[in-house]
Design a protein around this ligand. Structure first.
Ligand code: HEM
Length: 499
């Protein structure tokens, strides 16, 4: 009898476990997605496709009649991936309170971002958003942003391209654009110039620390088992030890900038950057620190990712490149907010580029309660719900038969005006209450750089870059190996053509 009771308990436990697994796999089979087995879920297929997850998800979504798939995999939380605009609107807007970023996101980026807007949820996010929207309204920042772009372009980027042109050298545009974006976002958010693009200056420790912190955070996000990095973090080992040191440096540097700036402001010096505005607004040092770090993280690699794919795509489509160059040349002299706003072909090309290569490839929320999406997919509390701009941009159902072609004209009306798309069909900047706060600044920056470069230079892919480059899904869409381009003066090209 004493042996029979534990045996009976084990049997009942096993029975309950198996019936739960079978019932959950039955629930899965009523939705769409990869073939799923009891216990392991889609683990084998996931493993087979691990080097091409973006395209695998895109294919699965296109094959699903609802444009939504359910992924169940041993060791991972149940994940719903959707490319269905109605679902995206539901998650990002209609039932927004049910879809916070959630703890899994905070855990990955929380050490670096603290309570910053990028990782906050609920009331904390709401307060931060109001504060940031007030201090970061593009109107008030506009001249300041354009001045920062003018300096970074005129004094740093264009001279590097001129020198490459004179020496028939090759430049890695991805690297230049990443350095450019870091300098610009630091000027706008912190009011400092790290000179990351200026090779004559020593490397900036702050820039290095941000590089290390984002690379290791991306590694955390991609880890198949979180317990490993969590154990390494507890012990301060390996990459987690490096991350801890990088975060310490970033926090200390920003606190030092806040202290110095406070003294300058007391002396009456005027500053327009976000950090100074927050100081004048009387906010606590830690709130200011976390807010500006979120902005640097949000702005440092996104515009450069978009521009890298933009320059590559234009080099594959010379007719589009000529049109953009023509438009940019028409805006003679100083580029300002208004001249940039008028560049419709350029904006159409940028949108078309981000449709195919969105800087943020996917973005996940975590359900606070059970829910049902508009297409009938059931959501359970704790599920990860991912909207997928990469797959949406390549969906024939959303963009028609030529969805894989680069056709910027789809963004222009017959009279040449921009055709606006629903942000839930094109959620490249997210949408709803949490839409990207830097969207307008991002367009100003991308247009400024593209127009300044293309009216002076012609960029050609180096022989090794003629293949379709591979995309590395880090925190943003990175081009594997960089974008190596040969720079030629545009006027020279024109005179050769006219001979
Ligand atoms: C092409 C460039 C950009 C793209 C595609 C982009 C895209 C996005 C996306 C998808 C999100 C939501 C991400 C998430 O919730 O995890 C986001 C949020 C955000 N972005 Fe951007 N972004 C760009 C540039 C910028 C720039 C230049 C800035 C800063 C000046 C910026 C500031 C922010 C901030 C502060 C948030 C957080 C908003 C919130 O949570 O309320 N972004 N962006």
């Amino acid at each position: 009898m004493a042996i029979a009771i534990p045996f009976l308990f084990s049997f009942v436990f096993l029975f309950l476990l198996v019936s739960r697994l079978l019932s959950s796999s039955a629930a899965v089979s009523s939705s769409y997605g990869p073939k799923t087995h009891p216990v392991i879920g889609c683990l084998i297929r996931f493993y087979k496709n691990r080097h091409r997850l973006l395209d695998w998800y895109t294919e699965l979504l296109e094959a699903s009649p609802t444009q939504t798939i359910v992924m169940r995999r041993l060791g991972a939380r149940r994940t719903i991936v959707t490319a269905n605009p109605e679902n995206v609107e539901h998650v990002l807007k209609i039932n927004f309170p049910n879809y916070p970023k959630g703890r899994p996101f905070t855990e990955i980026l929380g050490d670096l971002l603290g309570c910053g807007i990028f990782s906050a949820d609920g009331e904390l996010w709401h307060t931060q958003r109001k504060l940031a929207s007030h201090e970061f309204s593009t109107r008030s920042l506009c001249d300041f942003v354009v001045n920062a772009l003018e300096f970074e372009t005129g004094e740093r980027l264009l001279p590097i391209l001129s020198s490459a042109c004179a020496h028939r050298g090759v430049v890695d545009m991805q690297e230049l654009l990443r350095r450019f974006a870091f300098d610009t976002i630091c000027k706008v958010s912190l009011g400092t110039d790290p000179g990351f693009l200026d090779a004559s200056l020593p490397e900036s420790p702050l820039a290095d620390a941000f590089e290390v912190a984002s690379a290791i955070s991306a590694k955390r996000g991609a880890a198949p088992v979180f317990a490993v990095w969590k154990a390494k973090r507890a012990l301060g080992l390996g990459s987690e030890g490096q991350l801890r040191a990088a975060v310490k440096l970033i926090h200390a540097s920003v606190m030092e900038i806040i202290r110095t700036r406070k003294t300058e402001i007391k002396k009456g010096t005027q500053h327009n950057d976000l950090l100074s505005r927050l100081i004048v607004g009387g906010h606590k040092d830690e709130v200011i620190r976390d807010m500006v770090i979120s902005f640097v993280m949000a702005g440092k690699d996104t515009t450069s990712a978009a521009l890298t794919w933009f320059f590559w795509l234009l080099s594959c489509h010379p007719e589009a490149e000529t049109e953009v160059a023509k438009e940019a040349k028409q805006a003679k002299g100083r580029l300002d907010y208004h001249t940039l706003k008028d560049m419709k072909v350029l904006e159409a090309c940028l949108c078309e580029c981000m449709r195919l290569y969105p800087p943020v490839l996917w973005d996940s929320k975590h359900a606070a309660y059970n829910d049902t999406l508009p297409d009938g997919t059931r959501i359970k509390k704790g599920d990860r719900v991912t909207y997928f701009p990469y797959g949406m941009g390549r969906s024939e159902k959303l963009w028609g038969k030529n969805c894989m072609e680069f056709d910027y004209r789809r963004w222009l009306s017959e009279s040449g005006e921009l055709v606006r798309q629903s942000p839930f069909k094109f959620p490249v900047f997210q949408a709803g209450p949490r839409v990207c706060l830097g969207k307008e600044m991002a367009f100003v920056q991308m247009k400024y750089v593209a127009a300044s470069v293309l009216r002076e230079f012609e960029l050609r892919r180096e022989e090794s870059a003629k293949q379709r480059p591979a995309l590395v899904p880090l925190l943003t869409a990175h081009m594997a190996g960089g974008l190596h381009m040969v720079v030629e003066k545009r006027e020279e090209m024109e005179s050769i053509c006219s001979l």
